[in-house]
Design a protein around this ligand. Structure first.
Ligand SMILES: *Cc1c(COP(=O)(O)O)cnc(C)c1O
Length: 395
């Protein structure tokens, strides 16, 4: 893939697609096929031997999926991309590829619930250990690294408290120890944050969220150096088999075309809602990295373009008031997931983080009064009006 000569906003629309070779079709074709026939037995032999480029079988590669892989690689400024049937298929392929038994994975706190579940499985069945670290200072990270640490795995912003991790700081320490750094970039999308530029080795997306953007597909993507992506492609993707369907790849190519426009509107709306929330008497505190008063604001300025579309806040009261607030809403939908056109609200203590034991939850700042909002693309005044009328009822 050559060096890009156009900007991000143009690449999301065009990268890697030449309509002239597909009858001028403006939308890319969906190669809905399981396998590819060879012209001769020798061609089949050469393809299997890797001596001739070309498709063999859709679990090993598919043209529609490849278009998406090339596009996400360009958007993340990486060498190569790889698509998976879900974000978790991507996370598991990467973690299995980067670890070995008796090794250790160092993770940021508050990582996605199913990633947490996968780490426990790796520990219980395959002796791959892990530990969590706040990663707020260099000393935190240095103290947590072990001789057998093979991988540092981070999510920033941290869900659902929206604190940030300084990626540059993590990468510089990891490099001293020859440890690979993986960033789950789901909450930012490549429009807001490009961790490969800061020196991390692999980025992961649950493409289900901002990349798809319309709440209609479950999918995962990774981007990194060609050699590493090739290795994952030929092992944990090919042999475990969590591949993406051509139709899902097509939906994601379509979703990506508006990523930059959607992300700016998500950010505009989130900034507005945060300012309104601050003035409401039912609110205790608000958490948004794009807020100048947020402790992570300086890290946001350093590594993100804007604060993103996710906000969280605590209300005065506990579980009862939190549930009442959700039940009083009408425009805003009660749902987990994020990054959709619709504004979604959830109660982490009883939903996304219900599996985390209460003590750990509270240590992570996930109290019964914490609410997370994925701010959608509706008119900002309408989002706020719905939230306000519900907040008024719990005062
Ligand atoms: C949703 C999500 C995942 C899992 O992705 P799926 O597409 O649901 O499998 C992983 N990481 C983060 C941060 C997520 O939000």
């Amino acid at each position: 893939m050559g060096k890009k000569n156009t900007r991000f906003e143009t690449e999301v629309v065009h990268h890697g697609y030449d309509s002239s070779i597909y009858h001028g079709s403006l939308a890319p074709p969906i190669f809905q096929t399981s396998t590819f026939s060879f012209q001769t037995a020798e061609q089949g032999e050469n393809r299997f031997a890797g001596e001739e480029e070309g498709y063999i079988y859709s679990r090993l590669g598919n043209p529609t999926v490849k278009m998406l892989e090339d596009r996400i690689a360009a958007l993340e400024n990486g060498e190569a991309g790889l698509a998976f049937g879900s974000g978790m298929a991507a996370v598991s392929a990467v973690l299995i590829a980067l670890t070995k038994s008796n090794g250790h994975i160092l993770c940021s706190q508050g990582i996605y619930g199913c990633t947490f579940g996968l780490l426990q499985l790796l520990k219980n069945k395959y002796e791959v250990d892990h530990s969590f670290c706040s990663m707020q200072t260099e000393a935190d990270i240095r103290d947590a690294i072990r001789p057998e640490t093979t991988c540092i795995y981070i999510e920033t912003p941290i869900n659902p408290t929206m604190a940030l991790i300084d990626i540059e700081m993590v990468v510089s320490i990891a490099k001293e120890h020859g440890i690979k750094v993986v960033v789950d970039n789901t909450f930012c999308s490549p429009y807001l944050q490009q961790p490969l530029d800061i020196g991390c080795d692999i980025i992961i997306h649950s493409a289900t969220k901002y990349i798809g953007g319309h709440g209609d597909v479950i999918a995962g993507l990774i981007v990194g150096k060609k050699e590493m992506i090739q290795e994952i492609s030929m092992t944990t993707l090919k042999d475990i088999g969590g591949v993406m369907s051509p139709f899902d790849a097509w939906l994601l190519i379509r979703g990506l075309k508006t990523l930059h426009v959607r992300m700016d509107r998500h950010c505009d709306n989130a900034e507005y809602v945060i300012e309104q929330l601050k003035g409401h008497e039912a609110i205790e505190s608000v958490y948004y990295p794009g807020d100048q008063n947020n402790p992570s604001y300086s890290i946001m300025k350093k590594q993100m373009k804007r604060g993103g579309g996710l906000i969280s806040f605590t209300i005065k009261g506990g579980k009862k008031e939190a549930q009442k607030l959700l039940n009083e809403l009408s425009l805003i939908k009660i749902a987990v997931s994020l990054g959709d056109a619709e504004t979604l609200i959830q109660h982490p203590a009883t939903m996304t983080h219900a599996v985390v034991p209460k003590e750990n939850r509270e240590q992570m700042g996930i109290t019964d009064s914490l609410i997370r909002l994925s701010v959608g693309l509706e008119a900002k005044e309408d989002i706020w009006n719905d939230l306000k009328q519900a907040l008024d009822k719990i005062v």
